[in-house]
Design a protein around this ligand. Structure first.
Ligand code: 1CP
Length: 359
């Protein structure tokens, strides 16, 4: 897949190379805040059907790009397709979030876990990646993604979303060796899965560690970061003669930015609880930074959104190595016009700024 990439701002910024304007994309840029997404989802019948039918996955991936001049597409899928392929039986019931029919609840369940072959059990994802690349025709790069082993394990053990993480934390403190075994298999599965996405055409990779922030510093290092580092080590870093940048995002991981940057990733995602200027001072010579507008700013009026965008750009300051994003995903209740205001503000306000190397 060697088509010309017409807009490579994202890839350049992730590698801390100069760009004309700051690239912007948004976590959950395709999703329920868009009426056209809700319409396609209704036609598909279920969220899983949407993910498992490459034509639909491609359609919803492209929907936000048809509205806004975003600088990247992100594969439409979910982090939980990997445990589904490991035999856990994933369903999404309307309004209730993800649920596993066979959660991991016993030693035997952990010993039964296996590494799925991405080109068979997850072939629908690879087919979607190939189709999206074809349809994008080099307009913007395509980001592939996966969940971190720790974040996947929270869902696999709890059986779905959780408020208190009682089961997974019980396992962590009672039987750490068993949890390590589970994380080990999951890390292998994620590595293979991401390398298959890269082979299919993903041009940058993001790993979502949504629940790393619920851990103690010591447990974060041992049960989440160690596996993130192992995945980074195992990923294909060059495809079609271009570096495939890796972004690591631990929500609530602001205290550990140095450790995350030291994994060898290219960029670190930061949530809105972190001051971007401080993040840059701490790790900006080593990695690019992605973030970090509070997603709730999108409930405000367009001129307020513009002011908050200006603040995030000012916090990062001049020079290369910033990808604009929210600190977490777009919320379902946001009006699409507000997202348009954000994207326009990022491009307009960053256009006049010096973007030369480094500093
Ligand atoms: O239509 C619907 O009702 C389903 C809502 C939805 C959507 C649009 C889910 C269920 N997943 C998705 C897509 C999705 N999930 C993407 C698509 C690409 C894009 O960003 O546009 C991505 C990257 C994800 C990743 C994902 N899924 C994460 C990590 C990122 C994050 O938001 O922290 C997590 C934790 C999930 C699990 C999940 N899937 C869906 C929901 C509602 C959840 C969260 C459940 C919870 O809060 O525990």
């Amino acid at each position: 897949m060697n088509d010309t990439l017409h807009n490579d701002r994202l890839l350049r910024a992730l590698l801390r190379q100069p760009v004309d304007v700051t690239p912007v994309w948004l976590m959950r840029q395709a999703g329920r805040y868009l009426p056209e997404y809700r319409a396609t989802r209704a036609r598909a019948g279920s969220f899983m059907a949407l993910c498992q039918t490459p034509d639909w996955a491609c359609e919803v991936t492209l929907q936000p790009l048809a509205r806004f001049p975003l600088d990247a597409a992100i594969l439409f899928s979910d982090i939980l397709t990997v445990p589904d392929a490991m035999g856990l039986g994933l369903t999404f019931s309307e309004g209730e979030g993800p649920q596993f029919a066979c959660p991991v609840r016993s030693v035997a369940d952990i010993h039964r876990l296996f590494v799925p072959d991405p080109e068979t059990a997850l072939r629908y994802v690879m087919d979607a990646v190939r189709l999206i690349r074809r349809e994008l025709a080099g307009r913007v790069p395509l980001i592939g993604f996966a969940g971190s082993p720790w974040t996947l394990a929270t869902y696999m053990v709890e059986g779905g979303s959780s408020k208190d993480y009682a089961r997974i934390k019980g396992l962590l403190y009672d039987q750490p060796g068993l949890l390590h075994r589970m994380l080990e298999v999951t890390a292998q599965a994620v590595t293979l899965y991401l390398n298959a996405q890269i082979a299919a055409g993903a041009q940058a990779i993001m790993i979502f560690d949504t629940w790393g922030g619920i851990l103690t510093p010591r447990a974060y290092q041992e049960f989440s970061l160690a596996y993130l580092a192992r995945i980074v080590d195992g990923l294909t870093r060059v495809a079609d003669n271009r570096r495939v940048p890796i972004i690591l995002f631990t929500k609530g991981g602001g205290a550990w930015l140095e450790a995350i940057a030291a994994t060898g990733c290219d960029a670190v995602g930061v949530d809105w609880t972190v001051d971007l200027s401080e993040a840059r001072r701490r790790v900006g010579a080593q990695v690019a930074l992605q973030g970090n507008l509070d997603p709730a700013v999108l409930y405000a009026a367009p001129e307020r959104i513009r002011a908050q965008v200006a603040q995030v750009l000012a916090d990062f300051g001049p020079g290369a190595g910033h990808v604009f994003n929210l600190g977490h995903g777009v919320q379902p209740g946001v009006e699409p016009e507000r997202v348009g205001a954000l994207v326009a503000a990022v491009h307009e306000l960053s256009a006049s700024r010096p973007t030369g190397d480094g500093v």
